[in-house]
Structure formats: C-alpha cells, structure tokens
Design a protein around this ligand. Structure first.
Ligand code: NAD
Length: 443
C-alpha cells in the first residue's frame, strides 16, 4: 500500500525560486485595469467589455502523483481559457511554486491580446501546476505531467485549446503530453500541443523563437531610435529558454551583454560577458542553472542589483512583477524589453513612462514563441514540415510588421507602446466578437 502525505501544499514548498514572489492577484488586477483604460479609448461596447473582463472557462484540478519515495502528493493545477473569439485558445503550461488561479487567469488574458497583436487566429489560454520542479525528479515530473494532462483533456484539443511550454516546462514535457493524449485517444494527436521536439512534429526554430522575437523587437526599436546595435549594453534577468536565447542572439548581433541572472543569482562584467561559455556551462548543468559558474572576469551580483544597472537595455525574462513600485526608482536602463510576461507592474509602468524610459510590452516583445507555435500547429494539421529558414523568415516578417503597427499607432495617438498594443489587440478581438454576434447575447 502506498502512503499518503498530508495535503498541506508542502509539495510546493519553499525554494530558492521564491526569492522574488510572484503575485497573481496583482497581475490579474493589472490586466483588468489595462482593459478598463483601453475600453473608452476605442469606444468598446459595455457588453464586450464585460465579457472580456472574465475568462470563458476555468478548470482547477488536483493531481495525485506517486513520488519516488512512494509517498503520494497532490498537486493543484489549472487550465484557463480567457477568450476563444478569434480561434482555438492557445497558451503555455507553467510549473512553479507561485502558480495560482489569478496568475493563470492573468496569463490567459495576456495570450488573447498577444495573439491579436501578431494577428494569428487564436484565442488565449494558460495552464499551470503549483509545484517545485527544481526539487522533483524526471520521473516525478513525467508522472505529474501525465496526470495533469488526463485531467485537463476534456477541455484541450487541436481545435479547442492548444498548450505549449512556459516556465519550467519544455520539449520533453510536450512529448509526454502528446504520448498521454495519443495513448488515450488511440491515434496520433500531434496538434494537441506545440513546442514539441522537432523529431516529434515540432517546428524547426520553435525553441529559440521567443528569444529571437525579443531580439527582433530590440533591432526594430534601436532602428527607430537611430541607435547602433553594436556595443549596446544589455542586462538579462532570467537565463532559461527565453533569456539565454535573447542573450546569445543579441551577443551575435554585436551587443555587449554585461549581466545575466537566474534564481541562483547573477554574473556581471561591464566589458561584456562570455555568453558562449556561459551557455555551455548552463547547458551542462543538471537543472540548467548558473549556479557554480566560476570565472575570473565576472562578478557575482544579485537579481535586485542587476535590475538597477545603468545599461541601455534591461530585459526581464523570468517572472512577473519584477519591476514594481518599490524598486522602479532604482531602474537606470534607457529601455526595458519585456521578454517575460507581466514583469513590470502597472504602477511601475507609469513611473517608467513619466521618466521617458521606453517599455516594449510583453504582448509584443515575447510573441515570437506563439508565432512559431502557430506554424507548428499548421504543419501538424497538414502533416507537413517547413525548413528552418522559412520558419525564421516568417517569424521575422511577423515581428517586424507587428512592431511597426504598434509603433505607428503609438505615435498616431501619442501613447505608450503598451497602450497602443492593447488598443490594437482589444479592437481586433472586439471586431470578431461583433461579427460573430458574441457582443450581447449567448443565444
Ligand atoms: P524557463 O523556466 O526556461 O526559465 C526561467 C528562468 O528564470 C530560469 O533561468 C530561472 O532560473 C529564472 N528565474 C526564476 N525565478 C527567478 C527569480 N525570482 N529571479 C531571477 N530569475 C528567476 O522559462 P522561460 O520559458 O524562459 O520563460 C521565462 C518568461 O518568459 C516567463 O515569464 C514566460 O511566461 C515568458 N514566455 C515564455 C515563452 C516561451 O516560449 N517559453 C513565450 C512567451 C513568454
């Protein structure tokens, strides 16, 4: 008989990953207040406004997992669909101790706006499991993923809601989901998720797409500011899938990446870090961390110190709510590019605006991942594969066009890039809701 551990959420536990807490409530309220601010600017009907203030569907599941020590632990997970107005819902799955209902709600709404900004035919959703993956084995993660997948299966599907990787999930996680769903259904269900390994229906370049998309936004921004990219100084917070690709791409473009960090702290060299050496180290680390990286020409810094460095570009690529009322006045960067979702709180955003620090918002900056996810999904539906060059060319074209639309709208209305991106996105979603007759009745 298996023993059952007391259900105190102790499995989420304390971890180094919680040095900076995320606050789902703050993120969800920020999203709502942004929508409320946009509504009068675009004359949004009350009915549509009310519909978009609430997710369409919220599913909470409690997933029992037999741990390696034979104890059973129960992990709480969520799948939330904010809007399916423009197409099947799309959004990643996150494993993190800070996952809660409000965080996943907020992230699902961000996906609705993000897909609209880059004009791909998806709605928005998100999923997550409250757990501490840094202290779980591969086997435990696999069993938890399979259990979670079975429990959310009634609401996901290639034409309904398509998950992808997010924090602490990756190609391997997606492969487990494909296998679980395909085994249950008795046929291959590649289109159930994106971000799969290339050998299992994944798109060439999907893993790198979010980071590359961020770098493309940097290029577009610097071009418009008439600033050279060479020797532009960069600090990147978070060195996972997104942060490491941003750093390496900007390094290759000639930027000077002076600081990077992860949950274990950061490294700083004002003359520029050896990014290829750092990547080799992180790739070999069992948990993909900077922990233990020793070099004579890089100093250790904390995450808080990294955020306040005097650099041209500050790129938060970890968690939400990292730049907030309490630390915004210490920000010395000239531009902030939101590679993470929701890294700047509403209050901090308005301070940055007043200080004329340009912020490229998450729903534009990190949209590259969902753009290539869309290509992967189209490939799977057609049993087809594009070469990497075509995927990357499509990504570049979409990011450039989207940046251009947001930039032009911001200048036309004399508003921030964030307000412009939201105006564009909400109007696009509302337009489809009007066409479909979803604006005032559910008949
Ligand atoms: P990841 O798990 O691969 O990497 C996250 C990184 O952040 C790790 O290096 C981790 O150590 C670090 N980190 C975690 N907590 C931290 C803290 N408190 N301080 C400093 N560093 C911390 O995740 P990812 O896929 O790179 O996602 C990063 C962000 O980008 C998230 O906000 C995610 O929602 C967003 N995003 C990801 C994708 C994608 O395709 N993966 C797409 C769009 C947006």
């Amino acid at each position: 008989m298996k023993k059952t551990a007391p259900d105190k959420q102790s499995n989420a536990g304390a971890s180094a990953d919680r040095t900076v807490q995320n606050d789902g409530h703050e993120l969800w309220n920020s999203g709502l207040s942004m929508l409320d601010e946009i509504a009068p600017r675009i004359n949004l009907e009350e009915g549509i406004h009310a519909i978009l203030r609430k997710p369409e569907l919220e599913l909470t599941v409690n997933v029992p997992v037999t741990m390696d020590d034979e104890q059973v632990k129960v992990f709480t997970g969520y799948r939330i669909q904010h809007s399916s107005a423009r197409g099947p819902c799309k959004g990643g799955i996150r494993y993190h101790p800070g996952v809660d209902l409000n965080e996943i709600r907020a992230l699902s709404a961000l996906m609705t706006w993000k897909c609209a900004v880059v004009n791909i035919p998806y709605g928005g959703s998100k999923g997550g499991v409250q757990c501490d993956p840094m202290h779980m084995s591969e086997g435990e993660l696999c069993r938890m993923t399979r259990g979670f997948t079975k429990m959310i299966l009634p609401v996901i599907g290639g034409k309904r809601d398509i998950p992808a990787p997010d924090m602490n999930t990756n190609e391997q996680t997606m492969a487990w989901i494909v296998d679980t769903v395909s085994s249950i259904k008795g046929n291959m269900e590649l289109e159930i998720v994106t971000g799969k390994p290339v050998s299992l229906g994944g798109a060439a370049g999907r893993k790198e797409a979010t980071g590359r998309g961020v770098a493309m936004c940097v290029k577009e921004l610097l071009k418009r500011k008439r600033l050279p990219i060479e020797n532009t100084t960069v600090a990147v917070q978070g060195y996972g899938n997104v942060g490491s690709i941003v750093a390496v791409t900007l390094h290759e473009l000639g930027c000077k990446v002076v600081a990077i960090s992860d949950i274990t702290g950061g490294r700083y060299n004002p003359r520029g870090l050896d990014i290829p050496a750092l990547n080799t180290y992180v790739a070999a680390h069992p948990k993909g961390l900077l922990e233990g990286y020793k070099t004579e020409d890089a100093d250790r810094i904390t995450n808080e110190e990294l955020l306040s460095l005097k650099v041209d570009l500050l790129i938060p690529a970890a968690l939400e709510n990292q730049i907030h009322a309490g630390n915004v006045n210490s920000i010395k960067a000239r531009m902030v590019i939101e590679a993470a979702n929701g890294p700047v709180t509403r209050e901090a955003d308005s301070v940055l605006n007043n200080r004329e620090i340009v912020v490229v918002p998450d729903i534009l900056a990190n949209a590259g991942g969902v753009v290539v996810s869309y290509l992967e999904w189209v490939q799977n539906l057609q049993c087809f594969m594009w070469p990497a060059e075509e995927v990357n060319a499509n990504l570049e074209r979409t990011m450039k066009e989207s940046f251009n639309s947001v930039w032009n709208l911001a200048h036309k209305h004399n508003v921030s890039l964030r307000i412009a991106a939201y105006m564009l996105a909400v109007e696009k979603v509302a337009g489809v809701m009007r066409l479909r007759g979803l604006s005032h009745s559910t008949e």
